[in-house]
Design a protein around this ligand. Structure first.
Ligand SMILES: Nc1nc2c(ncn2[C@@H]2O[C@H](COP(=O)(O)OP(=O)(O)OP(=O)(O)O)[C@@H](O)[C@H]2O)c(=O)[nH]1
Ligand SMILES: [Mg+2]
Length: 415
């Protein structure tokens, strides 16, 4: 699918591009109309209430904030009809999407993901393609592949698995370069899919009719708070009643940082500003608030901790106990945030955390600009954790539910 730009695929992509362009044009017009409408309404209000100076000012302020919201909604722009667009459109088409079903947001995200994984790819796919060329695979090219996979932080277990499968296939038949890449993609996808299939949940979304509590955990600075902010945006955009618990009472300004994300996504933050507040007490208050408001999802930010600090790991257990006690039928997820750029170190963290923190999934962040994106495979294979979301940037929209097909296509994109 990614190999040759056939005429029909370019045709498909240009149709998709034209449709998106039209959509964007329509959206622009719609926004303009709305803005015009608001302006007219504003004028009416001003005329009617000329004598009430104060009220007039308030109206202007309200209108000002409405405009900024409208502008925010159109902030993703359709870029050029270039390689990025064509590749992204093809990846969506390969998953059965129709031309009129794709959105600018999806194209934007895939382009970002592909660009983000460029560094990982550089030391891996480009060399792989150079080495394999169009010739059939040989035992020597398998040795090269082994080295490249290990270098891309894919991990020993996953690499062994892939190389053994390829070797077996080579013993049975001649495998061309192109077919080798396809086989490699299938094998890597199977590795990353396994824990997801085992969990019985394809994509993690809040369960209906009960409170969902998602604990965001991990070592210092991996991107927990940023990820939580992006999750709050995703979930409130998808109409889940969302609430944030500021249970990182350790780091200075942690609450303020969270409050900024809460404001951006229109989600309330429950916090306790007093010094040395107990994180479990914050969670206690947040559950009360969530119950009162009939929230669907409570996102809990926690302090960065090293997996070997027993007192801090105990603190996490205490938070979990409070949740179990107060809302025994809640659906609880403990999501470990891992910074992809930490490579094998991140893998070590995942292993230790998995032992002591009863994790249910992983979120890989900072996939933009690292050469170690392959570590996602090692997390799946060696820690058996389903990857639930991936982040590739610091913006509010730079986090998506994990899609193994898109990830492997981006990892092994050849142009
Ligand atoms: N490039 C990039 N930067 C990210 C991403 N996610 C988070 N960051 C940055 O990583 C830095 C740390 O992020 P935080 O969200 O504060 O990390 P944290 O895990 O909450 O940190 P502590 O609370 O101190 O443990 C910030 O500068 C973020 O902007 C990402 O996907 N890509
Ligand atoms: Mg934080």
């Amino acid at each position: 699918m990614t190999d040759n730009k056939s005429d029909s695929s370019i045709e498909w992509a240009s149709q998709a591009y034209a449709l998106l362009k039209q959509k964007q044009e329509l959206k622009k017009q719609e926004v303009q109309q709305k803005v015009e409408q608001q302006k007219v309404e504003q004028q009416k209000v001003e005329q009617q209430k000329l004598e009430q100076q104060k009220l007039e000012q308030l109206t202007a302020e309200v209108n000002k904030s409405d405009f900024s919201n409208l502008q925010k909604d159109t902030e993703v722009k359709l870029g050029e009809f270039d390689d990025d667009f064509t590749w992204s459109a093809m990846v969506l088409a390969a998953q059965g999407k129709k031309v009129n079903e794709i959105s600018i947001d999806e194209i934007d995200w895939l382009s970002k993901l592909r660009r983000g994984l460029e560094e990982t790819r550089k030391g891996f796919v480009s060399e792989l393609l150079d080495k394999l060329g169009d010739d059939p695979l040989t035992p020597e090219s398998l040795d090269d592949l082994e080295t490249l996979l290990i270098r891309a932080d894919v991990g020993i277990d996953s690499t062994d698995k892939v190389i053994n499968s390829l070797r077996k296939k080579l013993n049975e038949e001649v495998v061309g370069g192109e077919e080798g890449i396809k086989f490699l993609k299938d094998e890597l996808r199977a590795i990353i899919e396994k824990p997801i299939k085992n969990s019985g949940t394809n994509i993690l979304i809040p369960q209906k009719g009960k409170l969902n509590v998602w604990l965001i955990v991990g070592v210092n600075g991996v991107g927990k708070t940023t990820t939580l902010g992006k999750l709050a945006y995703l979930s409130s955009k998808s109409n889940y009643k969302t609430l944030i618990a500021a249970a990182d009472t350790f780091r200075a300004a942690a609450v303020e940082q969270l409050q900024v994300w809460g404001d951006r996504s229109n989600v309330d933050v429950i916090s306790n500003q007093s010094k040395n507040a107990d994180p479990a007490a914050v969670v206690f208050d947040a559950i009360n608030a969530a119950n009162k408001r009939k929230s669907d999802l409570l996102l809990v930010d926690t302090a960065g901790r090293l997996q070997n600090k027993n007192n801090l790991m105990d603190e996490l257990s205490k938070i979990k106990k409070i949740i179990d006690k107060k809302v025994p039928d809640a659906s609880i997820e403990s999501l470990l945030v891992l910074d992809a750029s930490q490579g094998q170190n991140g893998l070590k963290q995942a292993k230790s955390f998995a032992k002591s923190a009863n994790l249910s999934g992983a979120i890989i962040t900072k996939l933009d600009g690292t050469s170690r994106g392959g570590v996602s495979l090692a997390v799946s294979a060696e820690v058996n954790l389903p990857i639930r979301f991936i982040g590739a940037g610091e913006g509010i929209k730079d986090l998506r539910p994990f899609n193994s097909f898109e990830f492997i296509e981006a990892l092994l994109a050849d142009r």
